[in-house]
Structure formats: C-alpha cells, structure tokens
Design a protein around this ligand. Structure first.
Ligand code: 13P
Ligand code: SF4
Length: 306
C-alpha cells in the first residue's frame, strides 16, 4: 500500500516536471484510470491530447490510440507506457491488404474505424468511431462504401445506414467472445435489467441489446436510464467509472472473458518508468501523418449526432 502511495506521488511529480498530461482509456486498470488527468473513449482522448496545452502526452491505451494522438498533435511528444500494447483488430488489416481491396472497388470510398494503423488510415477516405459510424457512413457522397476492419461494427452500421456496404473480415477478439447465451442467462437472472452493448459485439449479441453505443455512450446511458440494473456488453474496465458515477445502480458484466489483455498491460509503474526515461515515444512519418490526418479531419467535420 505504502509503495503504491509513493509511486502515485512520484508519478504526479514526474508529470509536473515533464509538463505532461496523463490520459487513460475507459478499459485501463482501475488504478491507471484513477491516476489519470482525463479518461475517455479513443477519439475523445486524442482530441483531449490536441486541445491540451501540455507538451507531453502519456497515452494509457493501445498503440493505434497513441498514434491518433500523434497524428492530431504532431508538435507534441506522445508516449505510450507499453509499446507492446497493440490492438489485434487494428493489426488484422495491413496497408497492402487495403491497397488490394481498393483495387477491386475503384471509386468506392473507404471508411476506416479508428482502430487501424496510421498507414491504413492514410489510405482511407474518412475515419469513424464506434460513436459516429452510422453518421459517417451516411455522410459519404457515394451509394457504396467499403468499411474496415471490423465486420461487427460494419454490420451494425449497415443495419441503419442508407448505403450499399461491403467490409473487411476483422473483429475484436475480446468482444467476439461474448456469447448470446451468456446475455440471455444474465437477463434471466435479472429480469428488471436493461442490456447495453458495444457495436464490436457479434450481431447475435447486438440483437439482444436495448441500446448499442460506444464506451462514452455507456456513461451517458447509465446516467439517463430509469433502470436500476444494467447488463454491460463491453470490456470490464468500463465498470470503474460506471460504478463511481452511479452508486445507486447495479452493473453486471455477463461474461468473465470480457477482458482485453492489451488494455490491461499498462501499470502505474510502467507510466512512471516511461516518464522517468522519456521512452516509448510514438512517431508517425510526416507524409503518413498528413494523409491519415485528412481521414481523421474528414470525420471531425461530420456533424455529431451522439
Ligand atoms: P471506444 O471508441 O468506444 O473507446 O472503443 C475503442 C475500443 O477499442 C473498443 O474495443
Ligand atoms: Fe482492440 Fe478489442 Fe482491445 Fe478494443 S477491446 S483495444 S478493439 S482488442
């Protein structure tokens, strides 16, 4: 306990000394979220990084998120405490794969979920997040859209978007593990509960949901709903803030397997070590930064309806 207190004090001192801000994704370990200056979803954190006057950004999340922050703030130093914290879904499509798919569909715009590498974003027309996928797909001036890399988010967008859609066959190994039977079991044990899930879940799970939204959308939903019990279909790190912000409500994760191992790699010790040594700086080549930024900026111009 004493060691943790000392570590937290050292971390605060290092952040001050380096002129740094600490950002943590909603799936990070509780103690990392607790120590962070800002917590949020992938896009909100990248925007927070860009808006902050801090010159150094410590991004506690996975690699594509730190890369997005570096793309949006090329003049800042972006550090990821664990260089090995990747996103398996982002790695399921390479730039070479996308070049091949684009050649099969001349003129069809590519919508890239932010869970992609900078090289893939650079080859795409517009990015989207789990919060704005439908609005982004509908904003594209074409009847057809090719969406990457998540088949589940693409399937979800295709349910309501008014476009002819095709997509890449990628998925999030964590969300894909959630099975309809587990949700049905949780609902049977809590008949008064509502079920909210992330669009990265399989369509068979999305079919059972009362509400489908991004991690940030879940905080809003939890505050607004009249329901006192909420079954949550996403990574279990979401519970930290849900419980803190809604002490009168009960939150249930329907499966013990909803843990993203990459999101859980980062410890407070890693954060302090990265600042002590100013190591694990995330950089993106300039030409790639410009092209990837164009895709992110195109998304940011889409009116927010969420
Ligand atoms: P959010 O955009 O909702 O933060 O989701 C990112 C992610 O990796 C979900 O698995
Ligand atoms: Fe990637 Fe899934 Fe982990 Fe999110 S939860 S970072 S999509 S592997």
């Amino acid at each position: 306990m004493m060691i943790k207190v000392e570590l937290k004090q050292e971390l605060r001192a290092l952040l001050k000394e380096r002129g740094a801000i600490m950002l943590a994704h909603n799936y990070q370990r509780d103690e990392v979220q607790e120590a962070a200056d800002i917590t949020g979803d992938s896009l909100a954190l990248s925007q927070a990084a860009a808006d902050s006057p801090a010159k150094v950004i410590v991004f506690c999340g996975v690699h594509f998120m730190a890369e997005s922050a570096a793309i949006l703030s090329p003049e800042k130093t972006v550090i990821i405490p664990r260089m090995d914290a990747g996103c398996p879904m982002a790695d399921m499509i390479t730039a070479e794969d996308l070049v091949r798919e684009k050649a099969k569909r001349p003129g069809v715009p590519v919508v890239a979920y932010v869970n992609t590498t900078a090289a893939v974003k650079a080859l795409s027309d517009i990015c989207c997040t789990s919060a704005n996928a439908v609005a982004v797909v509908n904003s594209v001036k074409s009847d057809a859209v090719y969406m990457i890399p998540d088949k589940n988010l693409s399937h979800y967008a295709a349910r309501t978007a008014k476009k002819k859609m095709e997509w890449w066959n990628g998925w999030c190994p964590t969300h894909e593990r959630l099975k309809p039977a587990e949700v049905i079991r949780a609902k049977a044990a809590n008949p008064e509960a509502v079920f909210v899930c992330h669009p990265e879940c399989n369509p068979s799970v999305v079919d059972l949901a009362d509400h489908v939204c991004s991690t940030s959308g879940m905080y809003k939903f939890a505050k607004k709903t009249q329901a006192k019990t909420i079954i949550v279909g996403t990574e279990e790190g979401i519970l930290y803030r849900l419980r803190k912000e809604n002490p009168d409500k009960k939150f249930i994760i329907p499966s013990k397997t909803l843990i993203c191992p990459n999101m859980k790699l980062t410890t407070l010790e890693d954060v302090a070590a990265s600042l002590r040594e100013m190591k694990n700086v995330v950089t993106v080549p300039q030409d790639m930064t410009e092209a990837a930024r164009a895709s992110l900026d195109a998304m940011l111009r889409v009116p927010r309806d969420f």
